[in-house]
Structures are given as structure tokens and as C-alpha cells.
Design a protein around this ligand. Structure first.
Ligand code: CMC
Length: 431
């Protein structure tokens, strides 16, 4: 924790309390309220954590007003255009860009951990065929705790590292198997001669009956989707991983908790919800009707793929994702795709609408990622699993950082209690 020379004064009644202020390397100052309850007997109130820093971290920085996203200081647009996913994984996990030898070693390690324990195949077969792949992933990743006992001792840094490698390596295999199972096709084993993204496409789209050539442009687009989702600071699923881990839970249980949280439509489920919305809109002439619904306070409908808790400017990931969407659609010759036409026109109309301008609601990363994934041939149900496998490196990096921090303690928020005061139990006959 940074030393502080500054402090703020909080006056409650006659008493004044000094609250230390910490200055980060970039971003707003942070008030330290840890001793407030002990000294003043009050809690702070911040549902949704809109003004609360839950930890200190050196991994990712976001400036939502300026639309900036940095991993270990490097801007996301540079990483997306010059780097690739496994190099970004190394950067997130270890803090620096790797040398050529370090990268080779890391890629080798990840590649050689991609197979899952053969007995885990039985787990998949226990699910209904129509199970959502996210349901399967929550279950199977949680079940990894039962298969990899030699990397669940969280007090051992080497075991933490091995668990992290296993999770990054096996998550594409698990996501692809969840998909194959849902469409009734045989599981496809990983291929060590392919890179991370190409191998994932191979495991999803190849079948034993014929040869499958991975298109390098699609593999590059897939890699970019992974890179753009790799980490995003203390978002809901990452905070869930940290909270689960704060009790000392094993890494596989913590990441399964993160996957469960990511599933919701306000978070990682937005890409699926966005594409379903675009299909429901169906044609450009129906856009005004849906924009009117999004603005109507009495209608719960929201424009999926718009708005963000932190970005009140353009989501920098969306800018890169939009370029990628153009490239992929160009390659696949689907530039006249009606969904893309609806997406482009919806984006234009929303960005010109005073409601969206005033509330600073811009398209987010999920607005474009769904379009790319659909064009590649993924069903909408696979969109969130792909987000989950990309975010795994962010989760494990944040988890490792938390466990290495000597200050970490169990997460235990307090509450503003508004329920009944003490009352006596009434016998059932008297109620
Ligand atoms: N469509 C219509 N109105 C919206 C939208 C939207 N997509 N997003 C926010 N608003 C309005 C909202 O009704 C509210 O209006 P008012 O101030 O009049 O009550 C105002 O904008 C602020 O919204 P909020 O819900 O207080 O903002 P939040 O920071 O709590 O929510 C959000 C952020 C992402 C949950 C929200 O913008 C949303 O539901 N968006 C659609 C889902 C989506 O695309 N999620 C993906 C996020 S990016 C991927 C990720 O990182 O997980």
C-alpha cells in the first residue's frame, strides 16, 4: 500500500476523524476508511461499489472518462494490434512483457497442459444435451478441484502458478467440449502444433470425418477477441473470484464462481443478449421502436451492448473490435448481413440520440464481439463461454496477486439494516 502524506477530515457531530488518502500511480485518490468503524462506529454505504476500491492492484488500469484501458501500463489498442493473447497472458500474470525465451517457455507450458483428465469426459456426459455451455463450464471447472489435487495448496506459490497454467490451458478445451456435447458431436482433442486461438477453432469446428483447415484470418480475429477480454480490473466476476478466494477456497472453485457471475446479461452474458436483440429487431425500420423502448422508464428493456459502469466515453476495446468485425465480415463475404446492417444503423441512431448522449451510453465490447462470433459460426450460447475462457487469465492473475498480498483478509461487507427490530417469537396458533 502506498504511503500517504495527505488526509481528509470527516466530521460526525462534535467529532472529527482523519482519513488517510493514498495516491495511485494514475487515477483518483483513495480514502482509507478501514479504521472508521473502530473509531467512529459508523459504516460507509456504497451498494454496487460505485465509489469503493476493494483492493490495491498493479495489473490493469481503466480511465472510464477518457476511454483508456492499460494492462501493466500498455494500452489495449497496442496490445491488440502488436501482441497476441498468450503474450498478453504472460504480461498479466508476471507483470512484464516476456523475452523471446520466456515466451517460448510459457507457450510450451500452456500448450502442454491443454488436455483434460480423461475421466472428466464423464462429467460432460452427465449434463443434458440442451444444457447451456455456461452451466457445463461452471460445473466442470468447479470439478477440476477433484482432479488436480496437486495444485490446490494455495499457500504454495508454485502450486498457485501450476493451477493458473492449468486453468488458462484447459479452459478452451472445456469450452469446446461443452459446445461439442451440446450439438451431439464427438469431443475433439487439442492439437499442440496449433497456436492457442487456432487450436480452439479446431476443437470447436473440426470433425473426425474430414480435414479441417483453420483460416489464419479467423484465428487472428479469435485471438484478438481473447486479448480484448483478457482482464478488466475489479469487475463483477473478478471481484467474485477475489471474494471467493478471500475465504481460502481452492483456485478451481474460485474460477467457477467467477464463471457463474460472468454469465449474467449485465456482464458477460451481454454479448449473447446483444445478438439476440439484433435478431429480434430484425430490420432497420424497427430500430426507432426499440430505441423508444430503451428510453421508456416503464419498460425494463435496455439496449444490450450499450453502456458501461466505468466507461463514460468510448470503450477502447469496442474500437478495436469494430475493426475486427469489418475484417471478418469482409473475409466471409457477409457484408450484406442484415444483422450487421441493423447493428450499424442502431449504433448510428443511438449515438445521435440525446438520451444516449446525455447518459454517455456508447457501444461496448459486446456490441461487436457477438457479430464476429456469429459470422464465424458460433451459436449465441457460446459467446459467454468464449468471454469466460478469455477472462480466465485476468481472474488467475488477480487471484495470484491477492494471495501474494500480505494484507489480504476475508472479504466481509457490512450492511444498512432496515428490517424488524428485536421481537418475540409467536406460536403458530396465535398468528
Ligand atoms: N439502454 C438504455 N438505458 C441504459 C442502458 C442501456 N443499455 N444502460 C444504462 N442505461 C441508463 C439507465 O436506465 C440509467 O438511467 P437513469 O439514470 O435515468 O436511471 C442510466 O443509463 C445509468 O445506468 P445504470 O444502470 O445506473 O448504470 P450502471 O453503471 O449501473 O450499469 C450496465 C452499467 C453495463 C449494467 C448498463 O449500462 C447495462 O445494463 N447495459 C446493457 C448490458 C451490457 O451491454 N452489458 C455489458 C457491459 S460490457 C462487458 C463487461 O465488461 O461485462
Amino acid at each position: 500500500m502506498a504511503d500517504t502524506a495527505k488526509s481528509a477530515k470527516l466530521t460526525i457531530g462534535e467529532q472529527t476523524y482523519d482519513l488517510p488518502i493514498y495516491s495511485p500511480t494514475v487515477g483518483p485518490d483513495v480514502l482509507d476508511i478501514r479504521k472508521l468503524y473502530g473509531q467512529a462506529g459508523v459504516f460507509t454505504y456504497d451498494p454496487g461499489f460505485t465509489s469503493t476500491a476493494s483492493c490495491d492492484s498493479t495489473i490493469t488500469f481503466i480511465d472510464g472518462d477518457e476511454g483508456i484501458l492499460l494492462h501493466r501500463g500498455y494500452p489495449i489498442d497496442q496490445l491488440a494490434s502488436k501482441s497476441h493473447y498468450l503474450e498478453v497472458c504472460y504480461l498479466l500474470m508476471y507483470g512484464e512483457l516476456p523475452t523471446a525465451a520466456e515466451l517460448e517457455d510459457f507457450e510450451n507450458t500452456i500448450t502442454r497442459h491443454t488436455m483434460i483428465h480423461e475421466q472428466m469426459h464423464n462429467f460432460f456426459r452427465g449434463f443434458r444435451r440442451d444444457a447451456h455451455p455456461m452451466a457445463t463450464m461452471v460445473g466442470v471447472v468447479g470439478a477440476m478441484s477433484a482432479f488436480y489435487h496437486d495444485s490446490t495448496d494455495i499457500s504454495d506459490p508454485r502450486q498457485r502458478e501450476i493451477a493458473s497454467h492449468r486453468l488458462i490451458a484447459k479452459m478452451p478445451t472445456i469450452a469446446a467440449m461443452a459446445y461439442k456435447y451440446s450439438i451431439g458431436q464427438p469431443f475433439v482433442y487439442p492439437r499442440n502444433d496449433l497456436d492457442y486461438a487456432a487450436n480452439f477453432l479446431h476443437m470447436c469446428f473440426s470433425v473426425p470425418a474430414e480435414k479441417y483447415e483453420v483460416n489464419p484470418i479467423l484465428a487472428r480475429a479469435m485471438d484478438r477477441i481473447f486479448t480484448l477480454h483478457a482482464d478488466h480490473e475489479q469487475n463483477a466476476s473478478t471481484s467474485t473470484v477475489r471474494l471467493a478466494s478471500s475465504s481460502g477456497a481452492n483456485p478451481f472453485a474460485c474460477i467457477a464462481a467467477g464463471i457463474a457471475c460472468l454469465w449474467g446479461p449485465a456482464h458477460g452474458g451481454a454479448n449473447q443478449a446483444c445478438l439476440e436483440m439484433l435478431k429480434e429487431i430484425g430490420s432497420v425500420d424497427r430500430i426507432p421502436e426499440f430505441i423508444a423502448r430503451a428510453k421508456d422508464k416503464n419498460d425494463p428493456f435496455r439496449l444490450m451492448g450499450f453502456g458501461h459502469r466505468v466507461y463514460k466515453n468510448r470503450d477502447p476495446r469496442a474500437t478495436v473490435m469494430k475493426q475486427s468485425a469489418d475484417e471478418v465480415l469482409d473475409l466471409l463475404g457477409v457484408e450484406n448481413n442484415p444483422i450487421l446492417q441493423v447493428a450499424k444503423e442502431l449504433e448510428k441512431q443511438a449515438l445521435e440520440d440525446p438520451y444516449f448522449i446525455d447518459k454517455k451510453l456508447f457501444p461496448n465490447v459486446d456490441f461487436y464481439s457477438g457479430i464476429i462470433l456469429e459470422a464465424m459460426g458460433f451459436p449465441t450460447s457460446m459467446f459467454t463461454p468464449i468471454f469466460a475462457l478469455s477472462r480466465t487469465v485476468g481472474w488467475v492473475s488477480q487471484w495470484k496477486e491477492q494471495l501474494a498480498d500480505p494484507q489480504h483478509k476475508i472479504g466481509r461487507p457490512r450492511q444498512l439494516y432496515l428490517g424488524s427490530t428485536l421481537r418475540d417469537y409467536t406460536d403458530i396458533e396465535s398468528r
